[in-house]
Design a protein around this ligand. Structure first.
Ligand SMILES: NC(=O)c1ccc[n+]([C@@H]2O[C@H](COP(=O)([O-])OP(=O)(O)OC[C@H]3O[C@@H](n4cnc5c(N)ncnc54)[C@H](O)[C@@H]3O)[C@@H](O)[C@H]2O)c1
Length: 409
């Protein structure tokens, strides 16, 4: 459940339809600068519990950019990184005196209830399983996993233990995506016929970005040669995280860069020849979805365009494209401010569209309220697994392949 959505729509009586249509129009008016009816604004945060979740935070790179210490219902019990300087940085950031030299040590601490895993992508599945074997709830960075076998193992472990898993997908809480979810729920798009989503992060040969991401102290990192479609969730979240549809088939064409020694059958640990994947997916609602990931295109960022029978929404982009909201015959160019739904200390932008405080808040409150988080394991696998199959398709010149479901049966 997403805290930022209004209650699920009741059966669409004519009265209700008029109300939601007016609501969507009101929201659009707000985007253009006019007043928004109070009932349409995101709920304002109210304290609901004194309980504090005791979390362990692991991985002092990206893991430094969350807000656990600022949430009134959370305390950082312990931190860990294999690298002592990163471990210290975590202690400093989260005001935590207890540190362990590894996750493997941290999970033995009985006071830790949940673990935030910000280790490298190939380790997420193994680390999630380890944490749950020790009775800990888990939030991990994206992607949930890199193989179908790991997806199955994560689902089995979650169902066996009854513990909570959430994936920290930043695209889910970008303001465009929150708005798209609200407009979709309120019927303002009509039928969502088609969506285009993309994640472009160039790190070409010889660039400082290549040097920093693919190597550390002269050694290759997990990012070296990473297949783009094994990192699909920033893009897939824009559709799956809005309509809740499942991606059932994919045809993906990969790009093989010439003269780049990071890609090729023997060039990296993944045996990956592709620096880009352009996927054409089909949803279980019969809707086409174009989804791209590239490490070398000269464009930057995560963005989407949503097209319905009644409305459309366009994210701004690195090419100078503006945000544009076109619903119910009206145009808007701005976005509502959703920060009021957060505890006051967390109302700050921290990158990736300001999504980090929302992800922090959602995981903490899901555990405090004993409910499933918005991006639970089933959603996480619905964002992640389609990319794994897309990568397989690109080895077969874009043959359309079925995507297995890891939903609850
Ligand atoms: N927008 C986003 O959602 C976004 C952005 C950046 C990174 N990420 C994700 O965040 C994760 C971390 O990214 P990063 O750039 O910090 O990677 P990184 O490789 O720089 O950092 C991973 C850290 O985990 C530590 N680690 C690994 N195994 C450990 C263990 N067993 N115990 C303790 N520490 C351990 C490493 O020492 C390292 O410091 C990745 O999965 C990445 O995909 C997501």
């Amino acid at each position: 459940m997403d805290d930022l959505l209004p209650a699920a729509p009741e059966a669409l009586s004519r009265r209700h339809f008029l109300r939601v249509a007016a609501g969507a129009a009101g929201m659009t008016a707000a985007l253009a600068g006019a007043a928004t009816p109070a009932e349409l604004m995101p709920p304002v945060w109210q304290p609901t519990s004194d309980r504090k979740l005791r979390i362990g935070v692991v991985g002092g790179g990206f893991g430094l950019s969350f807000h656990w210490h600022e949430h009134p219902n959370c305390v950082v019990e312990a931190v860990s990184d294999l690298m002592p300087d990163r471990c210290q940085a975590l202690q400093q950031r989260y005001g935590c005196t207890k540190a362990y030299p590894s996750l493997e040590e941290l999970v033995k601490d009985p006071r830790v209830e949940a673990v935030a895993i910000f280790t490298g992508a190939p380790d997420h599945a193994r680390h999630m399983l380890l944490c749950m074997d020790h009775g800990k709830h888990v939030i991990s960075a994206v992607p949930a996993c890199l193989t179908l076998e790991d997806a199955a193992a994560m689902k089995a472990k979650k169902e066996q233990t009854g513990l909570t898993y959430m994936m920290a997908e930043t695209s889910y809480y970008r303001p465009h995506t929150i708005l798209a979810r609200r407009l979709f729920r309120d019927g303002a798009f009509g039928e969502m016929v088609y969506c285009e989503a993309e994640y472009y992060h160039p790190w070409p040969p010889g660039s400082a970005e290549r040097h920093n991401l693919a190597f550390r102290n002269g050694e290759r990192t997990w990012r070296h040669g990473l297949p783009p479609m094994l990192y699909p969730t920033h893009s897939t979240a824009f559709l799956v995280g809005v309509t809740g549809e499942r991606l059932t088939r994919v045809s993906c064409v990969g790009h093989r860069p010439a003269g780049d020694d990071m890609y090729g059958p023997e060039a990296n640990a993944y045996k990956n020849p592709f620096d880009a994947g352009m996927g054409m997916f089909l949803t279980d609602g019969g809707h086409p979805f174009r989804c791209n990931v590239s490490w070398n295109i000269n464009a930057h960022g995560e963005r989407a365009q949503w097209f319905g029978t009644k409305g459309a929404l366009y994210s701004d982009g690195s090419g100078g494209q503006p945000t544009s909201v076109q619903v119910l015959g009206r145009n808007g160019a701005g976005l509502p401010d959703f920060m009021g739904a957060l505890p006051p200390a967390m109302r700050q932008d921290s990158g990736h569209g300001g999504s980090h405080p929302f992800l922090t808040h959602e995981f903490v409150m899901a555990l405090i309220q004993e409910r499933a988080p918005a991006v639970d394991l089933y959603e996480a696998l619905a964002y992640t697994v389609p990319g794994i199959v897309a990568h397989q398709s690109s080895f077969k010149d874009g043959e359309q392949l079925p995507i297995p479901s890891f939903d609850r049966v």
